[in-house]
Structures are given as C-alpha cells and as structure tokens.
Design a protein around this ligand. Structure first.
Ligand code: NDP
Length: 399
C-alpha cells in the first residue's frame, strides 16, 4: 500500500518497525532514519528478509534541510516521528515543505524548558490544512490510546462525560535499584515537573508527587498512584465536551521516589547547564549517560502494565461509570519484539496511527489530536495488533 519513513531508532522505534513488518500489506517499504545509523542497521538486520522492504539512513532531525532531502529521496506517504519531542517542529516543517503526512507520540518541548504544551504544534494547524496534509499528534499509549479510549467512551457510552481518571500502572520489576523505562531525560523531566489536574474549565497546579492514592488494578493489584500533569489532558479538555474534571495518575515504587529525591536534592536532575572541567554539561543529560539504557531492561523486566481510563458521566439521563484498560506483560513483549512493555505499549499504537492515515481510514487535513478521529477502527486494531482492551461498567472510583 505505501511507504513510511521512521525517524528514531530507540526503544519505541524498534517496536514500531517490528509492527510495520508484521503488516506488510500496509507498510510495503520503510526507511529507518536516525542520528546513529548503526542502530538503524541493527534493527534492519533483525527484520530483513520479510515482505516489507527496509532501508536505513543517517539524519539529524534537528536539521530541516537534511530531513527535506531525505523525504524527497525516499518519497514516503507518512513520516513517523519516534525520535525525541525536541525534534517535533523541525520534522513538521520538513513534512510541510514536502507535502507528507506527519505523526508523533509526544508533544514538542523546547530543550531548555520542561513544559508540556501543544501550543507550538497547534500553531501549525492552518499551514497543514492549506497544504492538504494531516498531522496526527500523540499516537502512543498516553497520549494516544488514552485519547482513543476517551473518544470511544464518548461515542458509544455517554451523552456527557463528566470525569476522566487516567491510570498508568507499571508493576514490572527490572531488578535495578533505579532505572527509567523509557528515555531517562524525558522521563525525569516529566516526573520532577509540577503536577496539575483539570477542574471546572481550568488547570490547577500541584507540587510534584504531592497527591497520592491507592488503586486496586485488575491483574496487578493495589498500587500507589501519584497525580502528574500529562499532555493529553490539554487536548482532551478541548475535545471532550462537558468535561468537568480530569486527572492523570502514574504508579511509582517507594524505591524509585527515594532515589529520585536524592538525585534532585544533589542537583542531578537539573536541566540548567553547568561548567565541568572547562565544558558545559547538563546534569540531567549526564545522569542519563550513567543510568541503564532503557533498551537493556527488556530481558530483565518481569510483570505487567495496566493503563486505562475511568469515566463517569450521564447516559439517557442516568449516571454511568465505565473503565477501559489494557494489560500488557513485559516478558511476552520481549519474546515478540525484543522490547519491554513500555516501549511496546507506545510503539504498537504508533504503528496503528500510521496505519489509519496510510489506509485513509483517518484523513483530516490539519493538525489533530488523536481523539478527534473515529476511534472504532483504531480500537479494532488494538485487539489485533497485541494490545487487547477490556472493559468494566462498575469500576472502583478514585476519590
Ligand atoms: P530513545 O531515547 O530510546 O530513542 C530516541 C531515538 O531518537 C534514538 O534513536 C535517538 O538517536 C534518536 N534521536 C534523538 N535525537 C535525534 C536527532 N536530532 N536526529 C535523529 N535522531 C535523533 O527514546 P524512546 O524510543 O524511549 O522514545 C521515543 C519517543 O517516544 C519519545 O519522544 C518519547 O517521549 C515518546 N514516548 C511516548 C510515550 C507515549 O505513551 N505517548 C511513552 C514513551 C515514550 P541516538 O540513538 O543517536 O541517541
């Protein structure tokens, strides 16, 4: 059916590429392009020989001109951005210049400000619309599947959704005292930032990790969950009509939080550059270099993740609750694609998002968040591509 250019060759990209190769009728040809070409070649070597043709390229995705040249040479139908959030805008610029659809899994963040906001990418709405191309923002799990779950709840079960609690639980154990499950720099920026939740039309800021609950999750059991700000709350606040309150929760172990506190207290999580032996270094980037590479956690991680959304609202004048979630097993993921569940739960929806655009099931020129599209074909693919979902109509609610 077509060609996809995949930018990035990290944990998430590895899963996207495996999944594209499992769907060769859609992804006939792919190009894996990243900063370190040896990583692209290593993934290609694992998957070559199947029906999907694979090529690789070296690219600095901060450089729009280089990206334009690559796109003009390969002529993809879509660019799948699974590099880092810092590259979103340069890649969007290159897509605009070449008239190619764009997709990512995380919103743009300037390197020097740890702030998740869609304003930079939403500023491209008119340009994409005029160019007749689609940018699908946030097609990972959260953001991503959480937005699809919300659109699905809205379409099938509610006249009005009043509250959404997104719960992202990881009961996996990698055996290290401290390691992050995806890019450490992005992960630590996210969890050390202030929290916030949405209530009555506005966002209320909270101190980092200051709101905690215990939630009993299917197949995982009771876990400590902490309120965080998360980027999908910003778009869902606009796209789920009548929403009154929304919160995002993530599980953290006591050990993870203790290590993080110490690292923070000694200044290792700072993104302010410092002078060290005559060189400017960013403490958080140095920390990333000494922590285990998330890709190396795959073979060691045991246990399951459970990510889902709990909704309350009204249907036919009556109060209603609904919970939809996916449970994913770290070891099963590793067996299938050589990555743990965190990369898997991001990479599978990224491939499905690309599939939706490539097959024309989703086609809406402009810049759109995932919940703006019809959730049904995406939900169907989740069940087929390794992330089956389950539902409950009488979940426990979070106070
Ligand atoms: P990794 O750090 O494992 O991989 C990032 C890849 O991008 C690396 O191959 C890296 O190259 C490449 N890269 C970085 N900068 C450039 C550049 N300037 N030019 C070209 N390539 C570059 O990250 P993950 O795979 O864990 O995460 C990928 C994305 O997924 C991130 O944006 C992350 O925020 C997002 N994510 C989204 C989730 C969701 O549910 N929505 C959940 C988890 C992650 P090199 O190998 O040279 O370092």
């Amino acid at each position: 059916m077509g060609k996809a250019l995949i930018i990035g060759a990290g944990g998430v990209a590895n899963v996207v590429i495996h999944k594209c190769c499992q769907n060769p009728e859609v992804f006939e040809e792919i190009c894996i392009a990243s900063r370190t070409i040896s990583k692209c070649n290593a993934i290609k070597a694992k998957l070559e020989g199947g029906q999907t043709k694979i090529q690789t390229a070296k690219v600095d995705a901060n450089n729009t001109e280089m990206l334009i040249e690559l796109i003009n040479n390969f002529k993809p139908d879509i660019v799948i951005n699974v590099a880092l959030p810092y590259q979103d805008l340069t890649i969007m610029d290159a897509c605009l210049a070449t008239g190619v659809n764009y997709m990512d899994t995380a919103n743009y963040e300037p390197l020097d400000t740890a702030k998740f906001e869609y304003k930079w990418q939403w500023a491209y709405r008119e340009k994409f619309e005029k160019a007749g191309i689609t940018a699908l923002l946030g097609s990972g799990f959260d953001p991503g599947v959480t937005g699809v779950f919300s659109a699905y709840a809205q379409k099938h079960y509610f006249d009005e959704i009043h509250t959404i609690d997104i719960v992202d639980a990881n009961a996996g154990d990698h055996g290290y005292p401290f390691a992050t499950n995806f890019n450490p720099e992005i992960n630590i920026r996210e969890v050390t930032a202030k929290g916030s939740y949405f209530e009555d039309g506005k966002f209320i800021e909270t101190e980092p990790m200051s709101i905690k609950r215990v939630y009993d999750l299917p197949e995982i059991g009771p876990k400590d969950i902490y309120l965080l700000h998360h980027e999908e709350l910003e778009s869902l606040a606009l796209n789920i009509k009548g929403i009154k309150k929304m919160r995002f929760w993530m599980t953290f172990s006591e050990s993870y939080l203790n290590h993080l506190k110490v690292l923070e207290n000694v200044g290792m999580t700072s993104i302010e550059p410092i002078e060290f032996e005559g060189k400017q270094i960013v403490p958080l980037q140095f920390l990333k270099a000494v922590l285990p590479d998330p890709a190396s956690l795959g073979p060691r991680t045991k246990g399951k993740t459970n990510i889902g959304c709990i909704f309350t609202g009204i249907k036919d004048g009556k109060e209603k609750t609904y919970y939809v979630y996916n449970v994913c097993d770290h070891q099963e993921c590793y067996k299938e694609v050589g990555s743990q569940a965190i990369s898997y739960t991001t990479g599978v929806p990224a491939m499905i998002g690309a599939m939706m655009l490539m097959t024309g099931k989703w086609n809406k020129p402009g810049v759109h968040n995932i919940e703006e599209f019809d959730p049904d074909p995406f939900m169907e693919q989740l069940n087929k591509q390794g992330l089956p979902w389950q539902e409950s109509f009488s979940p426990n609610l979070i106070d």
